[in-house]
Design a protein around this ligand. Structure first.
Ligand code: ADP
Length: 361
């Protein structure tokens, strides 16, 4: 989905995995600068370390690298680390920004020898640009087409050797010919709580905010496996600690702060809970169709499907079935509710009165 078009409910979320422009500036100060500083993702880190060391030993440019994984897991950060470790400059752009092959040709032809080109959301590049990229990646060459129709001519253009770092939310979204041209593919996983605690301690040090061990545990547990969210929650908890407490982030201060910001113990926010609440209270745990569920929470279908549901599914709180959305036993437990007799899921009894209440006059 295009985040520029995302409804406000999605854009303003404290637990959104994407960053807006303002946040990107704040984040820059918190980015690890080399592989040793980069926390977690052991496998990708070790493999990348080998790729980069070997390239340095050969005195050449590193192979093209594809990084796949959810937003906020560190793909941009890793691309900057690749450039830093190679002692090379970096150019950052994204698939949606490259609509014409000419846009790509302009970028490629202005690269310096050895430069790293970070192409975020590479799966959203236009088809003609993608086809130009094939040749550029393989032969460091592009054909620039001048003119139209029978008189059009292709002028070959030599490019400096460069390293492409492509980022995508799912490697499966890429056409195989593009995927095959990457020498190395790294899959970024969601982070374990202990890793997020390290991220929080590191960021707290850089921001000069005192955080107790149990305070970091509390924030990590609500960060949805994502360093970007951990850093964002840390900043909001810091504000609370400075205004309503003595500035130190303890477990209690973190919990109180995140209650104010409506991020619960499992990292669910108001929207997530509204979806679960409707599913359980109005529809007895489902199955219920996406459209009905969306109307019940007063949100767009896309918001429920693309913003709230992925995390609820990942947490094992909601299942998408051919008959509709169904709550799991963990969802009932999380909201402190008791499933209806005769097995949650069918839930005929609970649906009636609730529906009347919501959709009635
Ligand atoms: P992506 O490009 O995958 O959306 P970013 O690289 O922009 O994610 O990372 C988002 C934020 O999270 C950055 O501020 C970065 O400092 C932090 N971050 C990501 N991964 C790590 C990590 N492994 N260790 C420490 N901080 C991290």
């Amino acid at each position: 989905m295009n985040w520029d078009d995302a409804p406000d409910a999605a854009a303003e979320r404290l637990v959104a995995a994407d960053a807006d422009r303002e946040e990107q500036a704040v984040e820059a100060a918190l980015r690890p600068k080399d592989l040793d500083e980069f926390i977690g993702q052991e496998r990708v880190r070790q493999q990348l370390d080998l790729v980069l060391k070997a390239a340095r030993k050969r005195g050449g440019t590193a192979d093209h690298v594809l990084l796949s994984g959810a937003p906020g897991l560190g793909k941009t950060t890793l691309s900057m680390i690749i450039a830093a470790e190679m002692g090379a400059p970096i150019r950052i752009t994204s698939g949606p920004a490259i609509q014409h092959a000419g846009d790509l040709a302009a970028i490629l032809s202005s690269l310096q020898e050895g430069e790293v080109l970070f192409l975020d959301e590479i799966h959203r590049m236009s088809r003609p640009a993608e086809e130009m990229l094939y040749m550029a990646m393989e032969d460091f060459r592009v054909d620039v087409v001048v003119g139209k129709g029978p008189g059009a001519t292709a002028i070959p253009l030599e490019l400096p050797a460069f390293t492409l770092v492509g980022a995508t939310t799912r490697a499966g979204l890429l056409p195989p010919p593009l995927r095959d041209r990457f020498g190395f593919t790294g899959h970024m996983e969601f982070y374990e709580p202990a890793e997020l605690e390290r991220v929080i301690h590191r960021s707290a040090g850089l921001l000069d905010v005192p955080v107790a061990a149990d305070g970091a545990v509390e924030i990590a547990g609500r960060s949805r496996g994502t360093p970007r969210i951990a850093n964002r929650l840390l900043r909001r908890v810091r504000d609370y600690a400075q205004v309503r407490a003595d500035g130190v982030i303890t477990r209690e201060v973190a919990a109180r702060a995140l209650e104010v910001y409506e991020v619960d113990a499992r990292g669910l926010d108001r929207l997530d809970r509204a979806v679960l609440h409707a599913l359980l209270k109005l529809f007895g745990g489902g199955p219920v169709g996406l459209s009905t569920l969306s109307v019940a929470v007063g949100e767009e279908r896309e918001t429920v499907e693309e913003v709230a549901e992925p995390f609820l599914v990942r947490e094992g709180l909601l299942a998408r079935t051919p008959r509709g959305r169904v709550a799991t036993p963990a969802a009932w437990a999380h909201l402190g509710l008791v499933p209806p007799q005769g097995g949650g899921g069918a839930g005929q009894g609970a649906a009636g009165p609730g529906q009347t209440g919501l959709f009635g006059p």
